[in-house]
Write a protein that binds this ligand. Structure first.
Ligand code: S3P
Length: 174
C-alpha cells in the first residue's frame, strides 16, 4: 500500500510550513506547499494575485492546486490557511491522506503571522474582523483527523506531537 499523505491545515501563523518541512525531513518524505504550487503555476506572488485579481480568483487557483494533490502519495503537504474553508474541501483533503490541524490561540497565531508578514487576508482588517474570520474557519479545521496544539511549544515539540499522533492513528487502524 502506498504511504499516505500527511496534510497540514490551520490558520495563518500555525506553523504549517516550518513544521511541515521538519516533519517531512523526519519521516523521509517530500514536502509540498499549496501556495508554492499556485505561485509556481501562476508566476506571480500570492500578494500580487490578491492585489490584481482579488480573493475569489485566488480561491479558484487553490481549487486547481487541490486537483494537483491527487497525484501525490506519501508527501507532507502544507495548505494555505483558507484552503480547506469552503464547502466540500475538507472532504477532498481527508480522502487524500491524514489531515492534521495545527491549533493555536488566536493571539499566538496572529503574532507569528504578523512577524512573518505578507498575509493579504490580514491586511486592513480590524481585530474583530480577524477573529470573525477565525471563528468562521474553525469548523472546517475541526474536521481534521488529528488536532495538535501549538501555542505552548516550539517547532521540535510540535513535530514530535504530530509524529506520535500519526503513529497512534496507524496503530489503531491495524
Ligand atoms: C491565506 C493564507 C496564506 C495564503 C494566502 C491566503 C488565508 O497561507 O494561502 O495569503 O486565506 O488564510 P498561510 O496560511 O501559509 O499564511
Amino acid at each position: 500500500m502506498p504511504a499516505e499523505n500527511v496534510i497540514l491545515v490551520g490558520f495563518m501563523g500555525a506553523g504549517k510550513s516550518v513544521c511541515g518541512k521538519m516533519l517531512a525531513r523526519r519521516l523521509g518524505r517530500c514536502f509540498v506547499e499549496t501556495d508554492d504550487i499556485i505561485t509556481g503555476r501562476d508566476g506571480r506572488s500570492i500578494a500580487d494575485i490578491f492585489r490584481q485579481d482579488g480573493e475569489e480568483a485566488f480561491r479558484r487557483l487553490e481549487a486547481e492546486a487541490m486537483e494537483a494533490l491527487a497525484l501525490k502519495s506519501g508527501d507532507v503537504i502544507a495548505t494555505g490557511g483558507g484552503l480547506p474553508c469552503r464547502e466540500g474541501r475538507m472532504d477532498v483533503l481527508r480522502a487524500l491522506g491524514t489531515v492534521v490541524w495545527l491549533q493555536g490561540d488566536l493571539e499566538d497565531l496572529l503574532s507569528r503571522a504578523r512577524r512573518a508578514g505578507g498575509r493579504p487576508m490580514l491586511a486592513g482588517r480590524t481585530p474583530e474582523e480577524i477573529e470573525a474570520l477565525y471563528r468562521q474557519r474553525e469548523p472546517y479545521y475541526r474536521q481534521a483527523h488529528i488536532a495538535v496544539p501549538t501555542s505552548d511549544s516550539g517547532v521540535d515539540h510540535v513535530v514530535a506531537r504530530i509524529v506520535a499522533a500519526l503513529r497512534e492513528r496507524d496503530a489503531a487502524r491495524v
